[in-house]
Design a protein. Structure first.
Length: 179
């Protein structure tokens, strides 16, 4: 009798865990589709980010609206990631800005204005690049977490079903989270 009472509890636990995992999975899916910044960029009348000239063309001088001197230096020296975007997560930006704070005047003298855009356009483009890089950074991170979670979920489900089948001789259809 004791043996016969245990399988239903096991099934209830499996069902509860499955519901919780699927809820977590659906939340991750929602996070993987954050708002895009294309609309913001188009409103500023700035050419498409993907066809914009490289870092050399987007240099600025002192006095540009929205761009302080150290930000101007940081723009000039900002590293690129594998997509060709500026690496602009908060930590990276803080490191970049602090790195050039001590030698602003020397760095600013090396900057030559090679940009035909107005200062407002340069400022808008800079802000749009920052947002796009942050979005890409966040999306890559969430996508990695999502795939890791899916692998763990399938592995755990397989272990639980194997346990239920071998110990309690209960046949349960195997459901994966793929697709």
């Amino acid at each position: 009798r004791r043996f016969q009472r245990r399988p239903p509890k096991m099934l209830q636990r499996l069902e509860r865990e499955y519901r919780e995992e699927m809820l977590h999975l659906s939340k991750l899916r929602e996070q993987l589709n954050p708002p895009r910044y294309d609309e913001t960029v188009s409103q500023t009348n700035v050419p498409s980010l993907r066809t914009s000239p490289g870092l050399d063309a987007i240099t600025v001088t002192q006095g540009s609206p929205g761009l302080t001197e150290n930000t101007a230096v940081a723009v000039r020296n900002m590293p690129m990631d594998r997509h060709g975007w500026w690496v602009a997560c908060e930590d990276c930006r803080a490191q970049i800005l602090s790195k050039f704070d001590h030698d602003l005047q020397t760095q600013l003298q090396r900057i030559k204005l090679r940009c035909d855009r107005t200062k407002e356009e340069v400022s808008a483009l800079f802000q749009a690049r920052i947002r796009e890089a942050q979005y890409q950074h966040q999306r890559d991170s969430l996508q990695d977490n999502f795939h890791d979670f899916r692998r763990e979920l399938d592995l755990r489900r397989g272990q639980l079903l194997h346990e239920a089948t071998s110990i309690y001789q209960v046949e349960i259809p195997f459901i994966t989270t793929k697709g």
